[in-house]
Design a protein around this ligand. Structure first.
Ligand code: SF4
Ligand code: FES
Length: 155
């Protein structure tokens, strides 16, 4: 298992690569708000106490991909060696109590670095993120309070 910078052809905003023979997991720490859907889903793969913390080969590639898709913020992405690529879901906006808007779908995000395509993002709702338009978890530190909607996503 190796940790590598992004490969050519993979969007730079996907972050660092963690490779196994059948799957590569990409992780952007700036978009991780420690929601832990990954840790709960496959603790042998996503282990904050291990170095590197992602062991992409510790489960089947299909299992890894399924848990990566649970990441509500888009901090995690994957590429399967034998495909298919992640398919976008019907568009949803999941307004989280005291937190961000979790958005899923075939997304084009107008980010400071340019337009990026994505399938999952957490958009800052408190105004205090240092990584806007994405949530970076600062809402917890500032005690942001706002009602949420009915829970939509798997996360
Ligand atoms: S599910 Fe995504 S946001 Fe949550 S801890 Fe894992 S990588 Fe971070
Ligand atoms: S909603 Fe999370 S940092 Fe603003």
């Amino acid at each position: 298992m190796t940790q590598l910078p992004p490969e050519p052809g993979v969007p730079a905003h996907w972050g660092r690569a963690y490779t196994a023979p059948d799957v590569t997991v990409y992780y952007d720490a700036r978009r991780c708000i420690h929601f832990a859907a990954c840790v709960r889903g496959l603790p042998q793969v996503f282990n904050p106490d291990a170095r590197p913390w992602i062991q992409a080969g510790a489960a089947t590639a299909v299992e890894v991909a399924e848990v990566v898709r649970r990441c509500p913020t888009g901090a995690l992405h994957y590429v399967l060696r034998d495909g298919p690529a992640e398919q976008s879901e019907p568009a949803t906006v999941d307004v989280r109590e005291n937190g961000p808007n979790f958005v899923r779908g075939d997304l084009t995000v107008s980010a400071p670095g340019g337009m990026v395509r994505d399938t999952r993002v957490a958009l800052c709702r408190c105004g205090a993120s240092s990584n806007k338009p994405y949530c970076d978890g600062t809402h917890r530190q500032i005690g942001f309070q706002a009602p949420g909607g009915e829970k939509l996503n798997r996360s």
